[in-house]
Ligand binder design. Structure first.
Ligand SMILES: Nc1ncnc2c1ncn2[C@@H]1O[C@H](COP(=O)(O)OP(=O)(O)OP(=O)(O)O)[C@@H](O)[C@H]1O
Length: 560
């Protein structure tokens, strides 16, 4: 959050908010002090006990007549209302600027992290961070800003009470401080509840993400009731945590109201029976106290709320720091890396954290340029890991990968990735038009280029048959298209990048023979234009390969 304070917008908003808070608090204090001569005038008696206030009012050019005092009172209330409105707007802008800054930092850190780290992440944890956690922080920040307002207003009220009758004011201040101290346990409880709340939200996001990702399996396995129970269990825990939290807040308010009433009764009794103050002095003091009490309640509640939200901020900062620590080095001058002869892997070892055996162990192999190479082998053999290394997504733990003679060190990865296109089983299809989906890879591409890519990917025919051709919107996840059409569209998008290396990781494994044949025919046309690496188990795609590398248990067991 401290990083957010360096944001220019935040820096502009903080002093403005501080000024508005101070002014609105002062108008409140002055308004209450004004009650003294007002009540004195109403009672039709001289306000001897509050001579200085009466003098101050008169010196401002106001008669102590009832209409003049009432008019002044209304003007002050109106001024205060206008200031409060401006202050609320400034507070909201500041909250949004801080939270947007944090959200942007979190998102950037996530996108900038290396692939190995991103692979190990639970998507739901990130969704939880970017949505729920940061919303909770926003709520906490809002409460904190409100609390600073309450502090300033309480100070103004304290000054007003001191001006009216110091002893009464000191008694009230002492009681207020004791109340805030007495609430320490509730605030500690708020932190613990906030931590529990975060953990439950993570579980709820996890359960929902899992269920949404597996709707087909849930339906076909007939596990609707279990899926419902899984998600509802999370919401039940959330409900219980909310209940505990609101009870704790309500208890705080109950204690404050009760304690406040007792202190007020004591002070009024002292004022009337002990210090023999006139009603015209005691009534404004009661008004000050009555105004201060809910503010003290707001302050206590805001403090509690902030303690409840603080674990969400700590979790967000920890996640951002972890992502920052895993940041990829920024690309060196983006010089094109030429793949004219071959990619060479020399004694490459890749070991995922938490796994006993390495995914790849001492792999040395060459991928000839402008040919089609197939990676085959049983499940878990290391094919996708090898493809990720070729794509510049991963760096090996040992050994080297070279494009012709250029060794791919971490600083070259981004540049190399810019020359690679990768299609897997579940590529990203945007809920946008066909044209927008294609332009995502090449924003500057004109229409003839889009159609050429569609032709090369055997996708032009079905796009022509769509009601609005390139302008046809695809709906969420490309639902409007069949699996085969989607993959051909993805191939067209990949080709728009004019890649030196095209990787297809089981891109056709979910397709029927006809669709697979269409993609195979398109790839056959691309032979010689770019280097193609396929992971395929069978069928038309495998038949295309000029060169087959067989992997097993992380090692190359055959090449042909
Ligand atoms: N992100 C990861 N974290 C930990 N282990 C991983 C990760 N990705 C892969 N592995 C492990 O590395 C090994 C090789 O996996 P890889 O996905 O490369 O194999 P594959 O040949 O592509 O398998 P499949 O054909 O089933 O996709 C496996 O034992 C797998 O469990």
């Amino acid at each position: 959050m401290s990083a957010g304070l360096r944001d220019p917008q935040v820096r502009r908003l903080v002093p403005r908010l501080a000024l508005l808070q101070t002014l609105s608090a002062l108008t409140e204090g002055v308004g209450l002090v004004l009650l003294v001569p007002l009540l004195g005038t109403l009672a039709g008696r001289d306000t001897v006990a509050v001579g200085p206030i009466a003098k101050a009012v008169t010196s401002l050019g106001f008669d102590q007549t009832l209409p003049a005092l009432l008019a002044l009172f209304v003007v002050l209330v109106a001024a205060r209302a206008a200031l409060v409105l401006a202050r609320n707007r400034a507070a909201l802008s500041l909250e949004l600027a801080l939270i947007d800054g944090l959200r942007q930092r979190a998102w950037r850190a996530l996108l900038g992290a290396d692939w190995r780290t991103l692979q190990g992440l639970r998507r739901s944890d990130q969704a939880s961070l970017l949505i729920t956690n940061l919303d909770r922080v926003g709520h906490g920040v809002n409460q904190l800003l409100l609390a600073t307002t309450s502090v300033v207003t309480l100070l103004a009220l304290a000054l007003a009470a001191l001006a009216i009758y110091p002893l009464f004011a000191l008694g009230g201040l002492l009681a207020g401080m004791l109340v805030l101290l007495a609430y320490r346990r509730l605030r500690q409880q708020a932190t613990a509840l906030g931590e529990a709340f975060g953990a439950i939200w993570d579980r709820v996001h996890g359960a929902i993400g899992e269920a949404l990702g597996a709707l087909r399996s849930i339906k076909t396995l007939g596990r609707e009731a279990q899926a419902e129970a899984m998600v509802m269990q999370g919401f039940a825990e959330l409900g219980a945590a909310r209940h505990a939290w609101h009870s704790s807040q309500a208890m705080g308010q109950f204690l404050l109201q009760t304690g406040g009433a007792a202190v007020l009764a004591l002070l009024v009794w002292l004022a009337l029976a002990g210090w023999h103050l006139p009603a015209a002095t005691v009534l404004p003091l009661i008004a000050v106290f009555a105004r201060a009490l809910p503010l003290l309640g707001t302050l206590q509640e805001a403090w509690q709320q902030w303690r409840h939200a603080a674990p969400a901020l700590a979790a967000a900062e920890a996640q951002i720091a972890a992502m920052d620590a895993a940041a990829e080095p920024s690309a060196i001058a983006a010089e094109r890396i030429e793949l004219a002869r071959a990619m060479h892997l020399s004694s490459v070892t890749l070991h995922y954290a938490g796994q006993v055996a390495p995914a790849l162990a001492g792999v040395s192999v060459a991928i000839p340029a402008r040919q089609i190479t197939a990676l085959v082998g049983p499940s878990g053999a290391g094919k996708s890991s090898l493809a990720d290394l070729l794509a510049g997504l991963l760096v090996p733990d040992a050994g080297t990968i070279a494009v012709d003679k250029a060794v791919l060190d971490p600083a070259k990865l981004r540049t190399w990735r810019g020359q690679v296109a990768y299609i897997d089983q579940e590529p990203l299809v945007l809920a946008a038009s066909v044209g927008d989906n294609l332009r995502w890879a090449a924003p500057a591409a004109d229409e003839p280029r889009l159609w050429q890519a569609l032709e090369d990917a055997a996708a032009a025919d079905f796009v022509r048959a769509l009601p609005q051709r390139l302008e046809t919107r695809l709906g969420d996840g490309g639902r409007r298209l069949s699996g085969g059409e989607r993959q051909r569209l993805m191939l067209a998008r990949a080709l728009l990048r004019d890649p030196q290396l095209l990787i297809l990781d089981e891109a056709t494994s979910a397709l029927d023979t006809e669709n697979e044949m269409a993609i195979a025919a398109a790839l056959a046309q691309l032979r010689g234009r770019m280097t193609i690496v396929l992971i395929a188990h069978r069928g038309a795609l495998l038949d295309l390969a000029d060169h087959v590398i067989r992997l097993d248990s992380g090692q190359v067991v055959d090449e042909s």
